[in-house]
Design a protein around this ligand. Structure first.
Ligand code: SF4
Length: 374
């Protein structure tokens, strides 16, 4: 557990969910499979859930450390409102310990080590409206660990027809899963490797809980979700591992869940590995297509592997360059050539349109965020 010097008695702390008291003023957090048992005055592994006076508090609540407007393709989501902007936010901390983290400046920091804003849930939605974003993404660090804030933002967003997106490592318990994901419209789940050895050594967690989350998403929710596998030379790039991963996705999730193979670049504690050669991503994509997956993408490189093709007649449906959508030929979510319905969330629903009327009517009076400059 982390020593805690961050609790300011004068600040208003938000009491956490998903915890139970233990003897001697300890608390048990069961939000993620780490199941931290946290002594008084300490925080859990993720830094931002802290025990004060025998109660667990969420230090990330209303305190985003990163705010940005991104293309939705950057999450990456290729079958969810393509070509739109997404209001993206993250806090400090993480429940995994990845040596290759590409957002380590916030994910490995305590709440008091990063500059954070003070933004209540309703204002996040208003900011998304101000910046013309039809969706909000919980991203950059692991949003599960600030699930209380995520849920309250989702509830506020629904009023205005704004969609919500989790970009997650999938490390969440059964007890908390539905509490969070029943509010979510789309997700990208990192499947960081397909061996317990990699998860144990490189992320300090376990593989099976992530596979469980993927199956819960498929079998028990309406969340649109895609999967990302960051390929790191010599650590998780064995062709046999890629094939096993693709076969597992086909068998347990079906052929229509998009799978993104993305390129690693040296970062954080993993500076001794080279960037992923494009040929590795091409080979991984070819393997997954051969296994039978319909939508397989390459990311973090320039290649034709970023386009969407019809799996039936091979017509090019969506042409992309990096995160830009250059051409979208879908007709009502279908291939314009053979008529095959392409799975995804392509257009706004009636409820969204009604929400958009409220968006137009919403006046954002606050001057508090003028300096955000997103
Ligand atoms: S969410 Fe944080 S405090 Fe709770 S079990 Fe996971 S790492 Fe520990």
């Amino acid at each position: 557990m982390q020593d805690l010097k961050i609790l300011d008695p004068a600040s208003s702390l938000h009491e956490a969910r998903w915890w139970e008291p233990e003897p001697n003023n300890k608390v048990h957090c069961y939000l993620c499979p780490r199941h931290c048992h946290i002594g008084e005055g300490q925080a859990g592994f993720c830094f931002i859930r802290a025990n004060q006076g025998g109660k667990l508090y969420s230090l990330g609540y209303a305190h985003p450390a990163a705010l940005q407007v991104d293309p939705i393709e950057k999450k990456p989501l290729n079958h969810f409102l393509p070509g739109t902007r997404v209001f993206s936010m993250g806090t400090a901390g993480c429940n995994m310990g990845c040596f290759f983290c590409q957002n380590w400046s916030i994910s490995k920091s305590r709440a008091d080590q990063v500059g954070s804003s003070d933004i209540p849930p309703e204002d996040v939605v208003q900011l998304a409206i101000r910046y013309g974003c039809p969706s909000i993404a919980f991203t950059y660090n692991e949003p599960t660990i600030w699930g209380e804030y995520v849920i309250d933002i989702c509830q506020a967003a629904k009023e205005y027809g704004i969609k919500t997106v989790m970009v997650s490592n999938g490390y969440v318990t059964r007890e908390a899963f539905h509490d969070i994901y029943d509010h979510i419209d789309a997700a990208n789940i990192d499947l960081k490797a397909f061996t317990e050895n990699f998860y144990g050594r490189m992320t300090l967690t376990h593989l099976q809980p992530v596979l469980d989350t993927l199956q819960w998403l498929k079998n028990e929710t309406k969340v649109w979700f895609e999967i990302t596998n960051l390929i790191i030379p010599t650590l998780n790039d064995a062709p046999s591992e890629t094939r096993a991963l693709a076969e597992w996705v086909l068998e347990h999730l079906g052929p229509d869940v998009p799978l993104h193979f993305t390129a690693f670049h040296p970062d954080f504690k993993l500076q001794d590995k080279p960037g992923t050669p494009p040929e590795t991503l091409h080979a991984a994509r070819a393997t997954a297509l051969e296994v039978g997956l319909h939508y397989v993408y390459e990311g973090n490189i320039h290649s034709d592997g970023g386009h969407t093709f019809c799996p039936s007649c091979k017509t090019l449906l969506i042409r992309r360059s990096w995160h830009d959508v250059q051409q979208n030929r879908l007709k009502d979510g279908c291939c314009p050539n053979c008529g095959l319905a392409i799975p995804g969330r392509w257009t706004n629903t009636r409820a969204d349109l009604e929400g958009s009327g409220r968006r137009k009517a919403a006046a954002f009076a606050s001057e508090r965020y003028e300096d955000l400059n997103l």
